[in-house]
Design a protein around this ligand. Structure first.
Ligand code: SAM
Length: 216
């Protein structure tokens, strides 16, 4: 798969990735990571985690990836075609404020997206999806209906999903993503978080502690 560090783009195969992951307790994957600020935060606050940021837009990833901590990797990929090298790795993953095809895939139950999300998740992986009112309105949904729709889609794809948690402007201000800050200080700060767990018969969920390190 294609990775980026600053201006340098290269390929990494599964065995080299496995070497990079050795010794880390948890792999966290942030899909639609934007400028990667959230990845940097998780990596710095949780040194035993290896954090992978994925975005389709390579320009977004240049700045943070240039001097990112050793426990991070930035991958250039479309979420609708996630690299097989990532399959089964994520004990925790996040989708923060999706728009475009990423949001559309969640709303339409696009099998390309949902099958890949399931594929990268390890059993009992935790998934946090944060949705904002403006992006949903552009896609033709109210915040409430859009959140319910995404919840139904995740449920239909084998995730146990708790009821949406409303995010206040204060929550958004303290959330370490660039888009959360923009929303918090913008005209439409309405947002919700959906917390999900991949359902599986075996294995123990190990990433719960991560979920307490920043607001829903
Ligand atoms: C509103 S921004 C949020 C960025 C970041 N998560 C944050 O909270 O600051 C949405 C991001 O999703 C990415 N995105 C949209 N569709 C995507 C897709 N199909 N695959 C990968 N990334 C996608 C965009 O490139 C953009 O960086």
């Amino acid at each position: 798969m294609e990775i980026i560090r600053g201006k340098q783009v290269s390929l990494i195969d599964a065995s080299t990735l496995a070497e990079r992951l050795a010794g880390y307790d948890v792999v966290h994957i942030d899909i639609g990571t934007g400028d990667g600020r959230f990845v940097q935060y998780i990596a710095q606050t949780c040194p035993t985690c290896f954090v992978v940021g994925i975005d389709a837009c390579r320009e977004n990833l240049r700045e943070v990836s240039r001097c990112a901590p050793g426990n991070t990797l930035f991958v250039i990929a479309n979420a609708l075609k996630l690299p097989p090298e990532l399959h089964g790795l994520a004990a925790q993953f996040t989708i923060n404020f999706p728009w475009g095809s990423l949001l559309n895939g969640l709303l339409t139950n696009d099998p390309s997206l949902l099958a890949d999300l399931v594929a990268v998740a390890s059993p009992y992986a935790g998934l946090d999806v944060r949705l904002n009112g403006g992006a949903l309105a552009e896609a033709g949904w109210s915040l409430e209906q859009g959140a319910d729709r995404v919840r139904d889609v995740l449920t239909a794809n084998g995730f146990g999903v708790r009821p949406p948690i409303a995010l206040t402007a204060r929550d958004l201000r303290s959330l370490p993503t660039t888009w959360a800050k923009r929303l918090a200080f913008g005209r439409d700060p309405r947002a919700v978080c959906l917390r999900a767990t991949r359902q599986a018969d075996s294995m123990v969920f190990t990433a719960g502690a991560l979920q307490e390190t920043y607001p829903a």
